[in-house]
Design a protein around this ligand. Structure first.
Ligand SMILES: NC(=O)c1ccc[n+]([C@@H]2O[C@H](COP(=O)([O-])OP(=O)(O)OC[C@H]3O[C@@H](n4cnc5c(N)ncnc54)[C@H](O)[C@@H]3O)[C@@H](O)[C@H]2O)c1
Length: 352
């Protein structure tokens, strides 16, 4: 990766108080970028933004709701971004059943606000909009989705991200044809330290382990494209580097998924965690079917990323899970988690 490219680049990240946004902010700060973050304040006491003291590390941190166009506009304009990563979202399927309106407003209206504002930001050259692997019309077949496969979402979260894909398509065609490069990025089930979201497998496991309470597994046989956050973000970073100066013709969206053998079941991931902690002897597993509908198979084909930007996943499932668990272990030992997060990123860079 070219430090020269990122040195003093003005980068705006929405969602920097969240799991992926915080890791991305730390990584780009390491590369010398001037990072401004826009997001809601962290909703839980325990969160990666506070734990890594991110507010003090990046150039500027702004708390606001992206549904508020006026406030958003002021913040975006003042940061004079050259590159924008949009990660702020309501990102949970189950939460979208419970609060569809907030999911729709945050994900669709929030993105529309941002795109509308971006039209007038002359300094802005690259816009990266993070959607998800769940945008594909999924008939529960054992297929690996490619970028040009049909889109379609059943649950409100997936539907909201399909709508984001459509919005981006429109804005690209109508407003960003010449002077701005706008891509949507679709990644799989991202894991890594610092995620405390509810109803996600590893955060749920960590909470159960810490509190010695039952660990409830939903849908143990479901297959997902598990991927370490560092691997995924490396793809996002490369996507900017490869397209900032010159657009790649017809490149509009990129899948970032693990190597095919790492598309494994919920149970496979659980087994790795149980093995590390000899967990089963202490805690009873409640394997129960979820009352919320979730697709059985979800897998991504990432050959476009490999062919066009030279990205492929470098961390296998076992290592991804262990890196994640090690992060939480260091946290429980009360170590400096900003340094430890940088350490995991540096290790990845030095190996690759
Ligand atoms: N984690 C995954 O496995 C995964 C997989 C595919 C796609 N994604 C996508 O990646 C992005 C980041 O996900 P994450 O796992 O880091 O989620 P997260 O919940 O940890 O972080 C979400 C961020 O969005 C911000 N946000 C939410 N609503 C907002 C609002 N109304 N106004 C301003 N900020 C708001 C939060 O403050 C937070 O900073 C999301 O767009 C998500 O859909 C995540």
């Amino acid at each position: 990766m070219r430090k020269n490219f990122w040195k003093n680049k003005r980068v705006l990240i929405t969602g920097h108080t969240g799991f992926k946004g915080a890791w991305l902010s730390i990584w780009l700060k390491m590369l010398g970028a001037k990072v401004t973050g826009i997001a809601l304040p962290p909703s839980n006491k325990r969160n990666i933004f506070t734990i890594t003291n991110l507010k003090k590390k990046i150039y500027k941190s702004i708390f606001l709701n992206i549904k508020n166009k006026k406030k958003l506009e002021k913040a975006v304009v003042s940061s004079k971004p050259q590159i924008l990563f949009h990660l702020a979202a309501q990102p949970l399927v189950i939460e979208s059943y419970k609060d569809p309106i907030n999911t729709v407003e945050t994900n669709i209206l929030g993105t529309a606000n941002l795109l509308e504002i971006c039209k007038n930001i002359k300094s802005l050259k690259s816009i990266l909009i993070v959607t998800t692997d769940k945008v594909y019309s999924n008939q529960n077949k054992k297929k690996f989705f490619k970028e040009n496969d049909k889109l379609g979402g059943d649950d409100i979260y997936s539907y909201s991200k399909v709508s984001v894909e459509m919005l981006v398509k429109s804005y690209r065609k109508l407003f960003f044809r010449n002077n701005k490069n706008i891509l949507t990025l679709r990644a799989g089930n991202v894991i890594g330290g610092g995620d405390w979201s509810k109803n996600r497998l590893i955060p749920d496991f960590i909470r159960s382990y810490e509190k010695k309470i039952n660990f409830i597994i939903r849908n143990p046989k479901h297959v997902r494209p598990w991927q370490h956050v560092i691997d995924c973000l490396y793809g996002y970073i490369l996507a900017v580097e490869k397209t900032y100066f010159k657009k790649i013709k017809n490149l509009e969206t990129i899948n970032f998924g693990p190597a095919s053998k790492n598309n494994r079941t919920v149970k496979n991931v659980t087994d790795i965690m149980v093995k590390r902690y000899n967990f089963e002897s202490k805690i009873k597993f409640n394997i129960k079917d979820s009352k919320f509908f979730e697709k059985r198979f979800l897998r991504l084909n990432s050959s476009l990323a490999k062919n066009l930007i030279g990205w492929s996943s470098k961390i296998d499932l076992n290592e991804s899970v262990l890196l994640t668990l090690k992060w939480y272990e260091e946290f429980f030992k009360k170590n400096n988690m900003y340094k430890y997060t940088c350490h995991q990123i540096k290790n990845y860079i030095s190996k690759n």
